[in-house]
Write a protein that binds this ligand. Structure first.
Ligand SMILES: [Zn+2]
Length: 258
């Protein structure tokens, strides 16, 4: 007969307890993973087809929080649109004065605006509008929505690009990204019938894919203009814009609302 020391669980009991913890851990993590992973909601073929439709846009309006957001998230798509002759108008809500400031320039917002304009030149944007709102507080600023509405009514775009405020991919979230996009999306929903499609980027449930393989070098060069942010190296983006989900080398993804 084998005796177990008093106060100490037998090995099978400890194993069962360990397994129980493991199962509880998995039961928590697996649903979280399923909710927050990035996953196409349509077939790769359908996503690429929707991407081709997106590229037929003639006048598009993209609204972001900071200089470098456009080039990081949708620079390839905007470059393809401008190359196809589209009028690409963009709004940058803040001039990014909260940094980082990797090169230690004295006038960071002014420098970041100049970096944005240099990137716009490479990507072929027709016009860049800076709203000049406070960094990390644009969504709370009462001037944000009137500013966006005024630009919208002036441009009258046939497609709008904003961050996905409802189903963003993790981990990087920012109040000037999702917070401000939420306001813009609420405004877009009031537009009713005839409104243009809105393409939401940094989404975890994309249904549109744009093949940017042919412009990945241009995307990198445009991003590299933001020297205060990346030291002039735009290559860090490549690993995050792989196109394996749609069987191309590089892609940018969107969730479209109509
Ligand atoms: Zn940003």
């Amino acid at each position: 007969m084998r005796l177990t020391k008093p106060g100490r669980r037998s090995r099978p009991a400890r194993v069962r307890r360990g397994l129980g913890w493991l199962l509880a851990f998995a039961a928590t993590l697996v649903p979280l993973y399923l909710v927050f992973r990035v996953q196409l909601t349509v077939t790769p073929e359908a996503a690429l087809k929707a991407g081709t439709e997106l590229l037929a846009g003639k006048k598009v309006l993209a609204i972001v929080g900071h200089p470098d957001d456009l080039e990081w998230y949708i620079g390839g798509t905007l470059r393809r649109l401008s190359s196809a002759g589209a009028d690409v108008q963009v709004v940058v809500a803040t001039s990014g004065e909260k940094g980082p400031n990797r090169t230690g320039v004295a006038d960071l917002p002014g420098t970041r605006e100049r970096e944005q304009l240099a990137a716009a030149e490479i990507n072929g944007y027709t016009r860049v509008r800076f709203l000049g709102l406070p960094d990390r507080a644009s969504a709370k600023d009462p001037r944000f929505l009137p500013g966006v509405q005024a630009v919208y009514n002036e441009v009258w775009p046939d497609a709008v690009f904003i961050f996905d405020p409802e189903l963003p991919s993790l981990p990087y979230l920012h109040v000037d990204h999702q917070g401000a996009a939420h306001l813009t999306l609420t405004f877009w929903r009031t537009l009713g019938a005839g409104r243009p499609p809105v393409y939401l980027f940094q989404s975890r449930r994309p249904d549109v894919a744009v093949d940017i393989s042919g412009v990945i070098d241009t995307k990198e060069r445009a991003l590299a203009q933001h020297v205060t942010q990346n030291g002039g190296n735009g290559a860090g983006m490549r690993g995050l814009f792989g196109g394996s989900a749609v069987a191309v080398p590089y892609a940018e993804y969107f969730r479209v609302l109509r």
